[in-house]
Write a protein that binds this ligand. Structure first.
Ligand code: KMH
Ligand code: ZN
Length: 271
């Protein structure tokens, strides 16, 4: 198997400081979380940013400041969110892509998201893909439900996305697909040859699905965006979650990729 790429989803848009005191929100805190996660074995930092009041934001200046801070401390691959928070406009969500980060997320469908709806109409998805392609930003397809894989492949067929294909299966969001082995196997068996995939799962599902990602030849995303507990009732940090995946991978005899090795696996040129 190729080396394991660990993504640290450091911040997210839904978790608050009231939920966990360990959530990084300022550029400096996100820098430290990224650096500690890199030291623990992460090759990619999936980032959202927060405004001065701690609210989810897609402001370009906040992403710029955060990326600058992270770059001071470590060579981790930076993947910006274009999902942002539910209810944001496409214009708002696309702002960080203009910074030309190495990667950005691309959600390929609309999905119920708890009591809300995460809207991603096809015309908007095409626009996001076209903007990333033009900016030299590698998309990571965010697949919250099974139909989104078909839409991602449609975008590829239509020529909106070229080059290496990388998917993130986000499992266990209320309204999205469940976090089960059966769903994961269904998805990975439909991937085109040469594509890579990672698995992210919400809350208590994170650890078992991460283990499946390691053993089934995929990659793994962990972090406070998806899960704030190390075990029931016990908070953790992003780095602790990453370190646990690295320990598991080592036990299962799978080496962990550095950012440079991950760049080669994902066909990234580096920035
Ligand atoms: N916050 C979710 C509505 C992404 O980062 O692109 C969307 C999300 C996906 O987190
Ligand atoms: Zn995200």
């Amino acid at each position: 198997m190729e080396k394991l790429i660990i993504t640290a989803a450091l911040v997210g848009a839904e978790v608050t400081r009231q939920d966990t005191p360990y959530l990084p929100v300022t550029p400096e805190e996100i820098r430290e979380a990224a650096a500690q996660s890199w030291e623990a074995g992460a090759a990619i930092a999936h980032i959202h940013v927060r405004d001065e009041a701690g609210r989810p934001s897609q402001r370009r200046d906040l992403y710029e400041a955060t990326i600058r801070e992270i770059r001071k401390r470590c060579p981790i691959i930076i993947q910006v969110s274009t999902g942002g928070a539910v209810g944001m406009t496409a214009e708002e969500r696309l702002q960080p892509v203009s910074l030309r980060p190495e990667m950005a997320t691309l959600t390929t469908g609309t999905v119920n998201f708890g009591e809300e709806v995460f809207m991603n109409p096809l015309a908007e998805i095409r626009r996001f893909a076209e903007t990333m392609e033009r900016s030299g930003v590698r998309p990571e397809f965010e697949v919250f439900d099974t139909g989104m894989l078909g839409t991602a492949l449609r975008l590829v067929q239509e020529g909106w996305v070229t080059g290496h294909l990388h998917f993130d299966f986000v499992m266990g969001v209320p309204g999205g697909m469940p976090a089960t082995a059966r769903y994961l196997l269904l998805l990975i068996h439909q991937l085109p040859a040469g594509a890579t995939w990672t698995v992210a799962a919400i809350g208590k599902h994170q650890l078992p699905m991460a283990t499946l990602g390691i053993t089934q030849g995929g990659h793994v995303r962990v972090g406070l965006e998806d899960n704030i507990y190390y075990r029931k009732g016990e908070w953790d940090t992003n780095a602790q979650l990453v370190a646990r995946v690295k320990r598991l991978a080592t036990e299962l005899e799978r080496d962990v990729a550095t950012p440079e090795e991950a760049r080669r696996l994902l066909g990234l040129k580096g920035k």
